[in-house]
Design a protein around this ligand. Structure first.
Ligand code: SIN
Length: 564
């Protein structure tokens, strides 16, 4: 358990400014984020004492995991094997996966699923009690486990959150927004978080784990919840950690293109799970014509980026696109896909009788904090797992239903490393930084800036990119940063991450996986390498060779063994 508040609150003489933190608590490990990755770390850390910080008001309700409809991929079928699962994962990753990391994912993934079942997770089973294995795009076998039809993430989070609540070593801090990492002597020694009572608390720890999820809220259209503003990535960048593959943003082909209550576009769009296409639903244009057959031999089950771009082009041309499940699913809809059914009905669409209007939306970030197979980042004292991390498991394009799996496998690997290799406690000075006051005018200005960043990224750093658009977006983002150096909080994080993603997208002059450049429409073998970068002291993206390499050009998808 954390020690009781012991250190004196810091005193700050600057007029109007607040101390960077009001009090200090100590833990062995502090975990930021409470999706499947964060919960898995918290559960696996014992006997270490762990603090679990979640922005959500209640554990188990925040983050992307709880929204995941499509399930968990695991090679559990009789005709399947981890090798076949690895082959599909590597093919989707378009040359940027680390084969060793993929091997860990698919092998250890089966054990993690069994462990979750032991913990009480209820996956869907047939009348004989056998696990039902579904099929999704680019999977060569039926290997997707679901729970309650299309509520898999919620079931995983429920199971893990209940277990975490029972774990005596874990202290849960709900409604706690991590503001920044504390770095002393080139080592991450804690996290400052804003708590529901208005206090800024420094959670000092021997190890900090980022499990903060993705960056979907950088885009005007996203399936991610409001809290996915890239906070963890921005904090890691400011702490000097090495980042990788930031240009690789996956767009889900089918988000529901009708806002809730017919109001303004929602910041989070409802997902229409890919499992529907797996079940035979087809994509049609405004005239009712099926079009994916003209784009790819696998039609609706083509890789996600291919389907998303085909839909995007039609929408750009002023057409509409619908997912038609009337024939394939029909009256079984409420029973087989209860979550999607409810979301459609809430928006006035009955998918048994009507095709569902869809649009692509930012869904998953393959890039992130560069980590090795134990989740260690390049910054001492800092680990990362789940979507905020980039281990090399997904390459340039994540295979459907591999993300919950990755969160479980690498969350468990981080926990194992922390049980064995926890760094000693930091005893040096923590400093007395101050932060300026935030006024109402600041809040209004940053909200407007956030909306413009989202629009800019969607239009210029989205599904189809080119030099002109990317340069324009970067110039505008740089202007924001120059004019408003004082901004802080979520919008500052959005801005930091937006600039890094746009810079990486400009740098990679080829098309690969989810990164599509209309001015470089082909895959270039010379670019079959991961793109490493760091935020330098003047807040600019600085591209680097892979860890342990002298030049960025020499290796193909280099493994991050140097990070551990
Ligand atoms: C979906 O259900 O379509 C999403 C699954 C995933 O992103 O892995």
């Amino acid at each position: 358990m954390s020690a009781a508040l012991s250190d004196t609150a810091t005193v700050n003489a600057a007029r109007g400014a607040r101390p960077a933190f009001d009090d200090i608590v100590h833990h062995d490990v502090v975990i930021v984020g409470s999706g499947v990755a964060g919960l898995t770390v918290a559960l696996g850390c014992a006997p270490r004492s762990a603090a679990l910080l979640t922005k959500a008001a209640k554990l188990g309700t925040g983050g992307s995991s709880v929204w995941a409809q499509g399930g968990v991929a695991a090679a559990l079928g009789e005709d399947d094997s981890p090798e076949l699962h690895a082959a599909d994962t590597l093919a989707a990753g378009a040359g940027l996966c680390d084969p060793e990391v993929v091997g860990l994912l698919v092998r250890e993934g089966c054990d993690r699923v069994r462990h979750l079942i032991e913990l009480g997770a209820l996956f869907d089973r047939d009348a004989d009690g056998r696990l039902v294995l579904g099929r999704e795009a680019a999977h060569g076998r039926h290997r997707i486990l679901h729970a309650n039809g299309d509520a898999t993430g919620a079931e995983l989070v429920r199971t893990l959150a209940e277990a975490v609540r029972r774990a005596p070593e874990v202290e849960i801090f709900e409604g706690a927004e991590a503001l920044d990492l504390v770095v002393r002597d080139k080592r991450v020694v804690g996290v400052v978080a804003l708590h529901g009572d208005g206090r800024r608390r420094l959670h000092q720890a021997r190890a900090v784990v980022l499990a903060t999820g993705g960056i979907g809220q950088l885009y005007e259209r996203t399936t991610n919840p409001a809290e996915n503003t890239g906070d963890g990535l921005a904090m890691a960048a400011r702490a000097g950690a090495l980042l990788v593959d930031l240009e690789m943003v996956q767009f889900h082909p089918t988000a529901l293109a009708v806002p809730a209550n017919g109001s303004q576009p929602a910041t989070q769009m409802a997902l229409i799970t890919e499992a529907l296409r797996g079940a035979g639903a087809i994509l049609v244009d405004g005239t009712g014509t099926r079009f994916m057959v003209d784009h790819h031999p696998d039609a609706e089950l083509a890789p996600r980026d291919v389907v998303a771009r085909a839909i995007w082009r039609r929408l750009q041309d002023g057409d509409e696109v619908f997912l038609d499940a009337r024939q394939a699913v029909g009256d079984d809809f409420p029973h087989r896909f209860p979550t999607v059914f409810d979301l459609c009905i809430q928006r006035g669409i009955d998918p048994r009788q009507q095709p569902i209007p869809v649009s692509p939306a930012a869904h998953y970030h393959m890039g992130g904090v560069a980590v090795g197979s134990r989740g260690r980042s390049s910054a001492a004292g800092l680990w990362a797992c789940g979507e905020v991390a980039s281990s090399g498991a997904h390459g340039a394009n994540r295979l459907a239903s591999n993300s919950l799996l990755e969160a479980m496998v690498f969350g468990a690997r981080v926990a194992a490393d922390l049980r064995r290799n926890l760094p000693p406690r930091w005893h040096g000075p923590l400093g007395l930084d101050t932060t300026p006051p935030v006024t109402e005018a600041d809040r209004r200005r940053t909200a407007a800036m956030g909306a413009e960043i989202r629009r800019l990224l969607w239009e210029k750093v989205g599904l189809i990119r080119d030099d002109v658009g990317l340069l324009g977006a970067l110039a505008r983002l740089d202007q924001f940063a120059a004019v408003h150096p004082e901004i802080s909080g979520e919008v500052a994080n959005l801005l930091t991450v937006a600039r890094l993603i746009a810079a990486a997208a400009l740098h990679r002059r080829e098309s690969r996986g989810s990164h599509w450049r209309s001015d470089y429409p082909h895959q270039d073998p010379a670019w079959r390498r991961r793109l490493f970068l760091r935020l330098d002291a003047s807040d600019v993206a600085c591209f680097e060779p892979a860890p342990g390499e002298s030049t960025a050009q020499t290796r193909v998808a280099p493994p991050l063994r140097a990070l551990g």
